[in-house]
Ligand binder design. Structure first.
Ligand code: PBG
Ligand code: ZN
Length: 320
């Protein structure tokens, strides 16, 4: 109690503040998401995400190398194919957009390349799986996810990251990978992925807006935290190596809960809408954008994330 206890003693100098800070944030904690569009020759800006472009197969390695140059260890790829169909078959084409991008990035850099694994960018209807009527057929969909995983592994992906929130998807992918002799390839499971308004800019960038309905039959209801823990536990039982919480800042309680309960690495995805909101306020001069970004990333780590997927990765790493 005061005056014996004075909290301000540890805050008096920057050196001492550093020593007792507890949370460290380094470029090595960050993963840079990249959109790669098979239809483009040059890169093209994403309107709602200032500073972010869709890359072409020609430009993608250069963008990845720019992240590597500032010390970012990994990228995650989202593909936009030339042609979409009901079944999303371009998602598992051996020479599809993501496999082609993986090969180019692996040739040009020593980055770890993570492949996002879903069907919504590849289906003509924009849903994350195969439809039966207007519903997603869970079990047929996870079989396709297995095929996508193998095509990404064959191209040299260092990790696959299923984001479709189908039941049993991790088990199906793990089995498909093992059967194809990729038993050492880790699965980063988007286990606790909420149905969020914060994905808006992404869906524009990745052309993955569902043509009807929404994703609430598979993504989690923002009002539940217990389901997030159960989803993560199930994914670990199915063989996931890393679990993820997404979005990040609105779900810090979920991150802290998983950190307390689980003995697995945990990732967090600071999503497109989080990026857009910070950029928009920064551009207006309504706050110091750089400081606000650092504060959000620090908060996400402090809450329990081992690493963070963020569109700020390249920019942040270049500053430190
Ligand atoms: C695809 C996918 C989405 C995101 C990552 N993978 C969008 C969605 O579920 O609609 C969101 C990423 C972001 O907003 O930055 N399943
Ligand atoms: Zn999807």
């Amino acid at each position: 109690m005061f005056p014996t206890t004075r909290m301000r003693r540890l805050r008096a100098s920057p050196r001492v503040r550093d020593l007792v800070a507890g949370t460290r944030l380094s470029p090595k904690d960050l993963v840079y998401p990249i959109f790669v569009d098979e239809n483009l020759k040059e890169s093209k800006p994403v309107a709602a995400m200032p500073g972010i472009h869709r890359q072409s197969l020609r430009t993608v390695a250069k963008e990845a190398a720019a992240a590597a140059d500032v010390g970012v260890p990994a990228v995650i790829l989202f593909g936009i194919p030339k042609a979409k169909d009901e079944a999303g078959s371009a998602a598992y084409a051996k020479d599809g957009v993501v496999p082609a991008a993986i090969r180019r990035i692996k040739e040009a850099t020593d980055l770890a390349v993570i492949a996002d694994l879903c069907l919504c960018e590849y289906t003509s209807h924009g849903h994350c799986g195969l439809l039966r009527g207007s519903r997603i057929d869970n079990d047929r969909t996870v079989d396709v996810y297995g095929k996508i995983a193998v095509s990404q592994a064959l191209a040299g992906a260092d990790m696959v990251a299923p984001s479709g929130m189908m039941d049993g998807q991790v088990a199906a992918i793990r089995k498909a990978l093992d059967d194809a002799d990729f038993e050492e390839l880790p699965v980063l499971a988007y286990s606790s992925k909420y149905a969020s308004a914060f994905y808006g800019p992404f869906r524009e960038a990745a052309e993955s807006v569902p043509k009807f309905g929404d994703r609430r039959s598979h993504q989690m209801d923002p009002r539940t935290a217990t389901q997030a823990l159960k989803e993560a536990r199930l994914d670990l039982q199915e063989g996931a190596d890393i679990v993820m919480v997404k979005p990040a800042l609105p779900y810090l309680d979920v991150l802290a809960l998983l950190r307390r309960e689980l003995d697995a690495p945990i990732a967090a995805f600071q999503v497109s809408g989080e990026y857009a909101a910070l950029k928009a306020a920064g551009a207006q001069g309504w706050f110091d954008e750089e400081a606000a970004v650092r504060e959000t990333l620090t908060a996400i780590k402090r809450a329990g994330a081992d690493f963070i997927l963020t569109y700020f990765a390249k920019e942040y790493a270049a500053r430190v």
